[in-house]
Design a protein around this ligand. Structure first.
Ligand code: MLT
Length: 210
């Protein structure tokens, strides 16, 4: 764990320099250790930068404040998305990295979506697991050239697939190349998330190289 830079994080250098680094963003109550195994499985050999959210909800780390489950403090979402995008700039300088692809789960996926909308230059793309629309009044940015995978759970009681679909539409209208997959699961991550995300990332990396 590193307290250097503005956010607590872990940096795990990879042995495949050509692989796009992943920015790992945990769900509510998680921390910077949670998604390292998933990141390693989805992108073997890629550099991983894993961040801890700076908001505490009853002691549980998150990336922004919410008023109730699924009801966000949008001013805080904007502020925290900005701060996280600034952290990415710091970390890219410190560790000499290209723009990362975000791998976010739940609250982490939602802050990644907010960065896409507010600070699109911070990310090369995103794998958003159980994501929803984080900002209702977002001015569409220019997301041409960004690839995004949104993976939803058919029976997710917290983030219904219809809300993920609204996010997919929003990002597509802004020019991103978006794929949405709906798995026969709930809010928890499953083996299928890993399989789908890994295949998607391989396609994106191959398309970038060729
Ligand atoms: C959020 O607050 O970002 C969503 O409700 C998902 C979660 O429970 O973290």
């Amino acid at each position: 764990m590193s307290h250097e830079l503005s956010h607590i994080h872990r940096f795990a250098p990879g042995n495949r320099r050509e692989a796009t680094p992943l920015l790992l963003l945990h769900g509510t109550g998680g921390d910077e250790n949670d998604l390292l195994p998933l990141g390693r499985a989805i992108a073997p050999g890629a550099t991983l930068l894993s961040v801890r959210g700076q908001v505490l909800e009853h002691g549980m780390p998150r990336f922004f404040r919410r008023l109730a489950e699924g009801v966000f403090d949008e001013d805080d979402v904007k502020r925290r998305a900005n701060e996280l995008a600034d952290f990415i700039i710091e970390a890219r300088k410190r560790y000499d990295l290209p723009a990362p692809i975000a791998l976010g789960y739940s609250n982490g996926a939602n802050i990644a979506a907010a960065m896409m909308l507010r600070r699109p230059e911070a990310l090369a793309g995103g794998i958003l697991l159980r994501a929803m629309v984080p900002l209702k009044d977002a001015t569409p940015p220019d997301l041409h050239g960004k690839s995004v995978l949104i993976v939803s759970g058919q029976s997710d009681p917290i983030i219904p697939p219809i809300n993920s679909a609204a996010l997919a539409t929003m990002l597509t209208k802004a020019g991103a190349d978006v794929q949405q997959k709906v798995l026969p699961v709930g809010h928890q991550l499953s083996q299928a998330d890993l399989t789908v995300a890994k295949a998607w990332l391989q396609d994106v990396e191959t398309a970038t190289v060729t």
